[in-house]
Design a protein around this ligand. Structure first.
Ligand code: URP
Ligand code: ZN
Ligand code: ZN
Ligand code: ZN
Length: 491
């Protein structure tokens, strides 16, 4: 046979409307798009379905040995290894139509990068998802930036991740500038968690002193202004160094406006948002006892009114990627959300929520089915844009001859009520329980292998591949420097 698999009769999302055609797959790649392909060893019927590029989730925390578990500002650091393994994460991703992820290699203060990278490479290789890494930098010593960063870049890692808040992770402005300089020298993107550390710490201390320590006060500890300020600062310093950045998990209009202004000035700044900032609210954390912790993530979920404004920023193209920021901690037991006890103050509860499997269905339903965005927008937000920004295109992120055959076969009319069972992750809850969605993935294809059908995931652990990234255009500096003086020359 000419092809290993043909996907037959679907409405194929090209990014420029849809085309009714067959997809011929050979050796894991798309080898032909044609009106009719007959000579194939196997057939996957797609009549009545949309065929979308497999989702690319460019921000998820999987099996990440995080010191502190993304807890707040002044608590005793606790060590939490994410409960989600690469195997369970792969199952969950495939169940939700996602085929590739970019996840995080940790750096712990006082340590170098390479030993933890080697450990993380071993973990990731056990999964079924294709994957790339962001390298977290928490301790930008000269040895790390000058010796180790070039080595991780040589391995095909092209993004550095920094935090401007969290007790054991946050960088000073001085250290952030150092990371920007190293990224510029090495042709990396910098991704940034933008919230003001000192402001959150101060408010957290005042709240807890006033006895306001229940989960809902997590939102009170970090109002939008702390996100807007840090977004502004992250962009301004990136402009100074002439280094492209992506602002992670933008939750509100006022932070997005900082990005819009920067882009208006021609800066290479991109913004990401997540389904939680389109569906969850601070009120969700206002539940008796510990229950509100299930919705606790940073930045905090905002309000219904803010959701509408974030949608508008998506429509304008200011926020051009929707990732999950999957970072799951179970509610029961003592390894997840309750690691510091069920009556711990919000400060000591791990931040993060699971969302790998829910990302595409929620964005499709709330976006395409409800008429807020087009199908083309959906494809760009969930696959094409993350692939381009992360340097994974054209191998990933679009349906074209030569690209990897990563596909989500989508029933746009299927009505589903989201439940934890459907998420197929290792976490014991989903914050989206009970949400009704229209549109659902009925099959997932990863490099030509059918890895999910009707909710049943079948894939051999260890079949996921590392996606090395070379130099790419999106992260090339603009060459615009204050006074023409290059304070960060190459080499
Ligand atoms: O609360 C969150 N978002 N947890 C995951 C870590 C991060 O800040 O991205
Ligand atoms: Zn973050
Ligand atoms: Zn300002
Ligand atoms: Zn994150």
């Amino acid at each position: 046979a000419d092809y290993d698999l043909v996907v037959r009769g679907g409405e194929v999302a090209t990014g420029f409307g849809t085309a009714r055609c067959d997809i011929g797959i050979r050796d894991g790649r798309i080898a032909a798009l044609a009106e009719r392909i007959t000579d194939a060893a196997a057939t996957l019927e797609a009549g009545g379905l949309l065929v979308l590029p497999g989702g690319i989730d460019s921000h998820c925390h999987i099996e990440e040995p995080a010191r502190g578990g993304y807890v707040g500002t002044v608590g005793e650091p606790v060590v939490t290894v994410s409960e989600e393994s690469f195997v369970t994460a792969s199952t969950s991703a495939f169940a939700g139509g996602t085929t590739s992820v970019v996840c995080f290699v940790p750096q712990w203060k006082g340590e170098g990068l390479l030993p933890r990278l080697a450990d993380y490479e071993r973990r990731a290789a056990r999964g079924m998802l294709d994957y790339s890494f962001h390298q977290i930098i928490t301790d930008p010593t000269e040895a790390v930036l000058e010796r180790e960063v070039p080595q991780i870049v040589a391995k095909g890692i092209r993004s550095l991740k920094v935090f401007l808040t969290y007790e054991p992770l946050h960088l000073s402005d001085e250290d952030y500038i150092k990371v920007l300089v190293a990224a510029r020298r090495n042709g990396c993107l910098v991704t940034v968690h933008c919230e003001n550390y000192a402001a959150i710490k101060w408010r957290t201390e005042r709240l807890i002193a006033a006895g306001m320590s229940a989960p809902k006060y997590h939102a009170w500890s970090r109002p939008s202004v702390v996100e807007r300020e840090a977004t502004h600062r992250a962009i301004a310093l990136a402009e100074l160094v002439d280094q492209p950045i992506q602002v992670f998990h933008v939750s509100c209009e006022e932070a997005a406006e900082e990005i819009a202004r920067a882009r208006h000035r021609g800066l290479k700044v991109w913004g990401e948002t997540c389904p939680q900032y389109l569906t969850l609210t601070a009120e969700d954390m206002d539940r008796p006892g510990f229950e509100g912790a299930a919705f606790m993530c940073s930045p905090s979920p905002r309000s219904r009114e803010e959701h509408a404004r974030v949608w508008e920023m998506i429509r304008r193209g200011t926020l051009d990627i929707v990732s999950s920021d999957h970072c799951g901690f179970s509610m029961a037991g003592d390894k997840g959300k309750a690691v510091s006890g069920r009556d711990a103050p919000f400060r000591d509860i791990p931040n993060g929520i699971p969302g790998l499997a829910a990302r595409l269905p929620i964005l499709f339903s709330e976006g395409v089915s409800k008429g807020r965005i087009s199908l083309d927008d959906f494809v760009r937000l969930t696959a094409t844009n993350p692939a381009r920004l992360m340097g994974l295109a054209p191998r990933k992120g679009l349906i074209a001859v030569g690209a990897d055959a990563d596909l989500a076969l989508w029933d746009p009319a299927k009505k589903v009520t989201i439940s934890n069972r459907l998420m197929q992750h290792a976490i014991d809850y989903t914050p989206y329980e009970g949400l009704e969605v229209t549109g659902w993935p009925v099959a997932t294809v990863r490099r030509g292998a059918v890895v999910m059908r009707d909710g049943v995931v079948q894939a051999e652990p260890g079949t996921g591949r590392f996606l090395p990234r070379g130099p790419y255009e999106m992260v090339r500096p603009r060459g615009v420097l204050a006074n023409g003086f290059d304070a960060a020359p190459a080499g």
